[in-house]
Design a protein around this ligand. Structure first.
Ligand SMILES: C[S@@+](CC[C@H](N)C(=O)[O-])C[C@H]1O[C@@H](n2cnc3c(N)ncnc32)[C@H](O)[C@@H]1O
Length: 204
């Protein structure tokens, strides 16, 4: 069990700072994410656990879309020597990404872009697209679906998203499941705390 009073903790081989940590409080005074990117969301821990338990391949080129604080991508660099680009439409999240990359002694690239703007050029040489808690409104379903199809058509081999299991996410997953292109499964973890949710894997 993690000690809740500590201002940082380590899980899945990466160190993260709580909102009460001085460095986070300093960033929050200046950089104010406005589309829910103000914290690490539980689904990102589901994603990291999924990668670790399914023995993710090493040295893959990965994009983490709707990255927020970028923890899932940073976990991939740390554990699998991946090359990661963190993408988000809200550039206010990037200082939190770089802070966590720094304390974990890794580097990630950041790009400000909306899901709808992710054209083929963003997918060049990308093996895997990852994302956690990025399908939280109904109007995101079609945007994400079209973007995922563009990515697969451009050569991205695998897409893995995690979510608490919102109806919008289920709708997105059902589309790919019904086409025989993907699966949605339950995923439960106990560290860093108890979390239940869903993983959508599309592609190989
Ligand atoms: C709920 S947060 C999840 C952040 C992170 N993936 C996590 O699990 O901690 C959603 C993130 O998606 C980003 N986002 C929302 N809509 C977006 C869009 N249309 N294009 C790109 N990023 C978007 C937000 O800025 C935010 O960082």
């Amino acid at each position: 069990m993690l000690k809740t009073r500590e201002k940082d903790y380590t899980c899945n081989g990466i160190k993260v700072l709580r909102s009460s940590h001085r460095s986070i409080r300093e960033l929050k005074r200046i950089h104010k994410p406005s589309i829910h990117g103000f914290r690490i969301w539980p689904s990102s821990w589901l994603l990291m656990d999924y990668f670790i338990r399914s023995r993710f391949s090493s040295q893959l080129n990965i994009i983490d879309i709707g990255c927020g604080w970028g923890i899932a991508g940073i976990c991939c660099v740390k554990n699998f020597d991946s090359v990661v680009t963190c993408i988000d439409s809200d550039s206010a999240v990037f200082p939190y990404v770089h802070l966590h990359a720094g304390i974990n002694d890794v580097r990630v690239k950041t790009i400000e872009a909306d899901f709808s703007d992710l054209s083929c050029k963003y997918f060049k040489n990308i093996d895997v697209m990852i994302g956690s808690d990025i399908c939280f409104w109904d109007d995101m379903v079609d945007t994400l679906k079209e973007m995922m199809i563009r990515a697969l058509d451009s050569g991205v081999k695998t897409i893995v998203f995690a979510d608490p299991g919102r109806p919008s996410f289920e709708m997105l997953g059902e589309y790919f499941q019904n086409k025989g292109m993907g699966d949605i499964i339950n995923w439960d973890i106990s560290q860093p705390y108890s979390i239940q949710g869903r993983i959508l894997k599309v592609g190989i």
